[in-house]
Design a protein around this ligand. Structure first.
Ligand SMILES: Cc1ncc(C[n+]2csc(CCOP(=O)(O)OP(=O)(O)O)c2C)c(N)n1
Ligand SMILES: [Mg+2]
Length: 788
């Protein structure tokens, strides 16, 4: 049903207001707010303008409360202006756009106050997030948790140059495999990127690609004025000219205006009677209005396109637009950072009937009455049900996660065992866990969990090997009740899926506890997506294994060095590298709670695990030990009062550290062994304690690591060792001013046995002893064996 004229009129008026308010926001930040550092706020005005009509159509009319939207980063001022009209954004924050605690440059779930569904900023990621959020909605529905909620459409407003990002294509493929539904991508086809004009004919490539993946493609090229003109005598010739006009020329003519269009049309179409008349009967202004009436700027065409969708298949709308439309630099190829001058803004203000001093007034200059506009906004379906951000109760985590112990185990094995125990039980926790892996399910030890809990698909699909009775260790049955989502190899998809699953409590009102497994080095492949997921406060657990050079013969190229530093530096991610499985079980239990803590208190969890089987300690897990493990460290062997040296180790090198301690004990006094389960938590605790002491003078708060190191004599040396970059523990000496040597791995790529590689990289027992000797006086220490 076409939107009725009165409604269109209202929507167009609001869109005009949105264009003004978003432009004024940027103008204010550049010309009115005192700007001490002289930096201009570019990159928004032109980019925002092209989406004004489309976003106004969506937010003021088409969207339903259950829909979720990812807005192209540079359309942030448009989003904030729309929210301002709805009363969800404050003038104060708009006046402080891009300032400290002001409205954010790119829509931010965590930093903005105005109901952002998905953060954007790093182009491509928000787009893919909508796709995965739709799969998550299907997951929630298939598990019977949708209750009476309707299915929402996951909508991305996409820049055409944003489509260059490879992760979008990776997501498309994955979406197709999972029978994607309820996803709309609206491509702002302004044929401009940041630097340049987009290649000719790109829309044809998009069209065939999307259709290939089963999407509906809707091309919204011509606005109503254009369509009416095409119906006039000579209109066909005009349409042919428009269709044949190269992107760059069309953009340039939009910038130059009606007279330039007229000249080109005359020169290129020539005198052809009807079409010449069609052109000549319009003034320059009218001609420009006609030629810039592309589909994406025409309220009726956009509403029509959106409202015509009567199915749940994914849809790609390709909406033709002009970058900077309606602004003096529309179409100019340099307009990305373009800003209107004070004089241009002033002229426009007058044209819009906005009185000086009333620039922020919501309805200033519009011909409709404020009451009518208010009523229209209050009636917008999107906010009819009030608050759109949902929540879900905390899922209880058992006091202790159990596993079947063995004298020798690797942490990777332990991870599989803990999950297997959970899978065997019937806890609420286990029912809310969703696992996913990029084609490394079995090789990261998720097999037992998947065998018990099954793979997820909307439709049942039996494991043919099983039904054919061919022996196989793994049961690969798919069903709507399955709890493992099998992904292709693309790690970007893994982390964007984590981002979507990890926001389910806020988006679907149903909490999921997602766990991703992958090989540790490939964290780097998905790093921007991981960072993005953390930035929007999605909650998940990553088990990365194998890691380091400890994976030894498996492949030099797969050895990870930087990941301990990534784990420390990544905001919103608590990182752990336990050596023993009892530690891992404690950390996982803590992790499931951490994933559910509110706001800044909680976050996601990264477990850097190993395939190296090592002797497991036989010990009681006391509450103190538990706490120390999750705080990041404990004394495996307490140093005596006259300690000359202590060894601090992390992860799989525990046997080397233990061996070195034994040999050192023969000639060095009171040596201690510090087990570090989380360099990240230790360092974070230390930073927080310093900040607390600085902010509240007199408070004698000590962090965990300060307390642990406090008893060490001043001249005691510290040797740190891990299978990763030495800098991860290299800060330990500065906690209390101890001399130290940091051992770790700085080069990768060599295969060999663990012994070969530990020796080669200087993280074996001998290297630890050498380092301890260099920090202490005394007789030479007996080495493990002579280096060969
Ligand atoms: C991953 C990433 N790389 C680079 C950028 C910088 N950047 C911001 S917008 C943009 C291009 C914008 O082109 P398009 O998507 O067509 O949007 P438009 O400005 O035309 O609306 C670039 C390169 C970014 N935000 N994210
Ligand atoms: Mg563009």
């Amino acid at each position: 049903m076409p939107t009725e004229p009165a409604r269109l009129e209202m929507l167009s008026a609001l869109a005009r207001k949105v264009l003004w308010l978003s432009s004024w926001t940027i103008h204010h930040a550049n010309h009115i707010r005192p700007n001490v550092d002289g930096l201009k706020v570019g990159g928004h005005q032109a980019s925002s303008a092209s989406l004004v009509t489309i976003m106004s159509a969506l937010y003021f009319s088409v969207l339903r409360p259950q829909d979720r939207v990812a807005v192209k980063p540079h359309a942030s001022p448009v989003f904030h202006a729309i929210q301002y009209l709805f009363g969800h954004q404050t003038r104060e924050k708009l006046e402080n756009f891009r300032g400290f605690k002001g409205a954010q440059s790119y829509p931010s779930r965590t930093k903005d106050v105005d109901d952002v569904d998905f953060s954007t900023g790093s182009v491509g990621l928000g787009v893919a997030q909508t796709l995965f959020s739709s799969l998550v909605q299907d997951y929630v529905k298939a598990h019977g948790w949708m209750k009476d909620r309707s299915e929402g459409r996951m909508i991305a407003l996409v820049g055409d140059a944003e489509m260059d990002e490879g992760n979008i294509f990776e997501a498309l493929l994955e979406g197709w495999k999972h029978g994607l539904r309820n996803t709309w991508w609206v491509v702002d086809y302004n044929r401009q990127s940041l630097d340049a004009v987009v290649r000719e004919g790109l829309w044809e490539k998009f069209e065939s690609m999307f259709r290939n993946f089963g999407w509906d493609v809707v091309i919204v090229k011509y606005g109503r004025l254009m369509r009416a003109a095409f119906a006039e005598p000579g209109g066909e010739a005009l349409k042919r000219w428009i269709d044949a006009c190269p992107n760059q020329l069309y953009a340039a003519l939009c910038f130059q205006g009606g007279a330039a269009f007229r000249k080109h049309l005359r020169d290129e179409i020539g005198d052809q009677g009807a079409v010449s008349q069609l052109i000549e009967k319009r003034s320059d202004d009218e001609l420009l209005e006609l030629m810039s009436n592309l589909g994406g700027h025409d309220m009726a065409s956009m509403c029509e396109a959106f409202e015509a969708i009567d199915h749940d298949r994914p849809v790609c709308f390709i909406a033709y637009t002009i970058k900077g439309v309606g602004l003096p630099f529309q179409g100019h190829k340099d307009n990305h950072a373009g800003l209107m001058t004070v004089a241009q803004m002033e002229k426009w203000r007058v044209a819009l009937n906005i009185r000086p001093g009333h620039e922020w007034d919501k309805f200033e200059g519009l011909s409709q009455t404020p009451a009518a506009l208010e009523a229209f906004l209050a009636d917008a379906p999107f906010y009819r049900e009030g608050r759109r951000r949902l929540d879900a109760p905390v899922i209880e985590v058992p006091e202790r996660l159990s596993f079947t112990p063995a004298p020798q185990m690797s942490t990777q094995q332990g991870f599989g065992l803990v999950l297997n125990e959970l899978a065997r039980g019937d806890s609420e926790l286990a029912s809310r866990i969703v696992t996913a892996s990029p084609d490394v399910t079995v090789s990261t030890n998720l097999g037992a969990w998947v065998n018990r809990r099954g793979l997820f698909a909307r439709a049942e699909k039996a494991d043919l090997f099983r039904s054919e009775k061919i022996p196989s260790t793994f049961n690969w049955d798919f069903s709507p009740k399955g709890q493992h989502i099998e992904l292709g190899i693309a790690e970007m998809n893994l982390f964007i899926l984590m981002s979507a699953l990890g926001l389910s409590h806020a988006l679907n009102g149903e909490r999921l506890l997602p766990i991703a497994t992958l090989y540790d080095p490939f964290i780097e492949r998905g790093l921007d997506a991981l960072n993005y997921a953390c930035y929007q406060d999605a909650r998940f657990m990553v088990a990365a294994t194998p890691s380091g050079v400890t994976l030894a013969p498996e492949g030099g190229a797969h050895q990870s060095i930087a990941t301990p530093l990534i784990g420390m530096a990544q905001d919103g991610l608590a990182s752990f590298e336990p050596a023993f499985v009892d530690e891992l079980a404690v950390i996982m239990g803590w992790g499931f709670q951490h994933m559910q803590r509110e706001g800044g208190e909680g976050g996601s969890v990264y477990l850097r695990l190993s395939t190296r089987p090592i002797d497991q300690p036989q010990r009681m897990m006391t509450p103190d030990l538990k706490k120390a493990i999750t705080d990041g460290a404990y004394w495996m062997r307490k140093p005596g009062p006259n300690a000359e040296v202590v060894i601090a180790y992390t992860g799989a090198v525990a046997p080397e550290a233990i061996e070195a301690i034994g040999l050192l004990g023969e000639s060095r006094r009171d040596v201690g062994l510090l087990a570090i389960t989380s360099a990240d938590r230790l360092h974070g605790g230390w930073t927080a304690a310093r900040a607390m002491r600085r902010d509240r003078r007199g408070v004698q708060y000590l962090s965990h690591i300060e307390k642990l190191l406090a008893p060490l004599p001043r001249d005691c040396g510290i040797v740190t060792v891990l299978d990763g970059h030495p800098a991860a523990l290299g800060w330990l000496g500065s906690v209390r001013g101890h001399r130290m040597e940091a051992l770790g791995v700085e080069h990768f790529g060599q295969t060999g046995t663990i012994d070969d590689l530990y020796r080669h990289n200087g993280i074996d027992a001998n290297a630890i002893i050498d380092a301890a000797e260099s920090l202490t006086a005394g007789a030479p220490v007996r080495h493990r064996k002579m280096a060969v």
